[in-house]
Design a protein around this ligand. Structure first.
Ligand SMILES: [Zn+2]
Length: 246
């Protein structure tokens, strides 16, 4: 693994302190969601799993994808038009700076309940009805509500009930079970150093293990036993999160 790869993957933390480093993030892997979502783009697995989740709860006609992937240029435009129209205080609360927005990863979605008028910066996505059904099933499909009220001091972003982030399963489920936002989860996983003590997540008769690898050198070799399936993601801070299962 190369040091530069810590900026890629499903569990990367993107915020004001940890901006996007990889310029071509997910380019070429973006999947259009088609007419039902105004041709929004999302990272491939994010798009497929969002589609599956909406189908499973019968929400195709009831929930609207208000915003998916945004380029850096689009984020700049949104930021500046919000500054102009809504002012500095509102913009700092609800609009991320260019390169600090999860939307540039293709793994963030803003959802709204279908209505005649939809607020594109703060769509209506309440804790009731179909929106709540979505929320309750989200973790199983790898999504987390990213900016909860109780985590404002940690995320530095005001409560956004409409913004969800794909981090993958079982990471979303673990975050939900332990009440951790992504900032906290990145720190939490650092206690499970690869080769020492792994975080074990039992699932049916499978065994999923999660561990953390810190990068010191420019590249490092990790040996994963042949019988194991694995996925690896950078954390966009200082290392990798390894997920293995068999
Ligand atoms: Zn958003």
């Amino acid at each position: 693994m190369h040091k530069a790869d810590i900026h890629k993957g499903y569990q990367i933390l993107v915020n004001r302190q940890h901006p996007i480093k990889d310029k071509q993030y997910f380019k070429g892997q973006l999947l259009p969601l088609g007419h039902r979502f105004n041709d929004s783009l999302l990272e491939k697995n994010t798009a497929n799993l969002l589609g599956q989740l909406l189908d499973m709860i019968g929400a195709e006609e009831k929930i609207v994808l208000v915003s998916g992937y945004r380029s850096k240029k689009e984020q700049e435009e949104i930021y500046h038009s919000s500054l102009k129209e809504k002012g500095k205080i509102f913009t700092q609360k609800y609009v991320a700076l260019p390169n600090c927005s999860e939307h540039q990863t293709g793994m963030a979605i803003d959802l709204g309940v279908r209505a005649d008028h939809i607020d594109f910066i703060r769509p209506h996505f309440p804790y009731s009805g179909i929106a709540q059904v979505f929320r309750e099933k989200a973790a199983r499909y790898g999504f987390v509500e990213r900016y909860e009220k109780s985590k404002e001091a940690i995320t530095g972003i005001s409560h956004e009930p409409w913004h969800f982030r794909y981090v993958g399963y079982p990471h979303a489920q673990i975050m939900h079970n332990h009440d951790l936002c992504l900032e906290e989860y990145i720190t939490f996983i650092k206690d499970y150093k690869f080769g020492e003590k792994h975080y074990c997540f039992p699932l049916d008769n499978k065994k999923i293990e999660i561990s953390y690898l810190k990068t010191d050198a420019n590249s490092m070799d990790v040996e994963i036993p042949d019988k194991l399936c694995y996925q690896i993601s950078g954390n966009n801070v200082d290392g990798f999160i390894l997920t293995t299962w068999w």
